[in-house]
Unconditional design. Structure first.
Length: 253
C-alpha cells in the first residue's frame, strides 16, 4: 500500500473575476507515491484548471489540498515549490541557455537571493540531467535540442526541484509518436525510481491506457481515479468520451 503525499478535500476549482465561475468540484482524492497518474477528460471539463490549482497558480474556490502533511494553499511560493514542481506546455524562452543552466533553475527554492548553489545542488542537477538521458548534452543550448530532448530538459529541471509531486500539463502535445512514447516511458520510470507522484494531463487515450498506473478521469462534478483496466472494463471511459466500449478494450489493454 503506497503513501498519500497529496490529498484533496472538498476541492472546488474555478475562476474569481467580476463573478465567480465554478469549473468543477467539490473533489475528494488521495494520490500515492511512486505512481504515474494520467489526467483525462473532454475539452473544457477543467483539466488545466485542476492542474493550475494543484500547483498554486490558481487559488481554489473552496476546499483544501494537503501535501506531505502541510496545508498547501497557506504556504509561501518557495515552500510550495519545494513540494510541487510543474512543467507547462509553454515553449522555453531561454535563448542560448544551456541544458545545465535550465536544470539549475530547479534549485531556486533552496537558494538565497543571489541564487548561489552548493556542491550538493550541483550533484542534484547533474543527477537530474543524467536521469533523463541528457548527460552528453548538458552544455548544449536548449534551443538547439530536438522537441523530445527539450521536453526531457524541462523534466530534468522539475526533478532538480526535488519535490514530492511533479505535475505536467500536456507534456506530449508538441511531440511526434516516437517521442511521446519515450517521454511517457521516462515519466513512468522516474515515478518508480524517485518515489514521486507524477501527474500529467493529455488527450492521447491509447498512450494513457498503456503507460499510466492510474487514470484521473474528469466528469462533470466528479473525478474518478482507478487503474486503466478498471475504468475501461466499467465503461466509465466510454461513457465520458461517448466512445464504443469494444474499441477501447481493444486499444492496447
Amino acid at each position: 500500500m503506497g503513501t498519500s503525499p497529496i490529498e484533496a478535500t472538498d476541492l472546488t476549482i474555478g475562476y474569481k473575476a467580476r463573478k465567480t465561475t465554478k469549473v468543477a468540484g467539490p473533489l475528494n482524492f488521495k494520490l500515492e507515491a511512486g505512481k504515474l497518474y494520467g489526467l483525462m477528460g473532454t475539452n473544457g471539463i477543467g483539466k488545466s484548471t485542476l492542474i493550475k490549482t494543484l500547483c498554486g497558480l490558481l487559488p481554489p474556490l473552496g476546499g483544501a489540498v494537503n501535501v506531505n502533511g502541510q496545508d498547501f494553499f497557506s504556504l509561501a511560493p518557495k515552500q510550495k515549490a519545494r513540494l510541487i514542481s510543474i512543467v507547462l506546455t509553454d515553449r522555453i524562452n531561454g535563448n542560448n541557455m544551456t541544458v545545465y543552466e535550465l536544470v539549475k533553475m530547479g534549485r531556486y527554492p533552496y537558494t538565497n537571493w543571489q541564487f548561489e548553489i552548493s556542491e550538493n545542488d550541483r550533484k542534484i542537477i547533474e543527477t537530474a540531467i543524467a536521469s533523463v538521458g541528457l548527460k552528453e548534452k548538458a552544455q548544449l543550448p536548449v534551443n538547439e535540442l530536438s522537441d523530445g530532448n527539450r521536453q526531457k530538459a524541462m523534466i530534468a529541471r522539475a526533478l532538480a526541484q526535488d519535490s514530492a509531486i511533479m505535475v505536467l500539463d500536456e507534456p506530449t502535445a508538441h511531440l511526434d509518436i516516437k517521442n511521446r512514447f519515450i517521454v511517457l516511458e521516462l515519466l513512468k520510470k522516474l515515478a518508480k525510481e524517485y518515489e514521486k507522484t507524477i501527474i500529467f494531463s493529455g488527450h492521447d487515450l491509447e498512450y494513457m491506457l498503456t503507460f499510466c498506473d492510474q487514470l484521473m478521469l474528469m466528469a462533470p462534478d466528479e473525478l474518478l481515479i482507478d487503474t486503466p483496466e478498471s475504468l475501461t472494463q466499467s465503461g466509465a471511459i466510454a461513457q465520458v468520451f461517448e466512445l464504443d466500449s469494444f474499441q477501447i478494450r481493444n486499444s492496447g489493454l
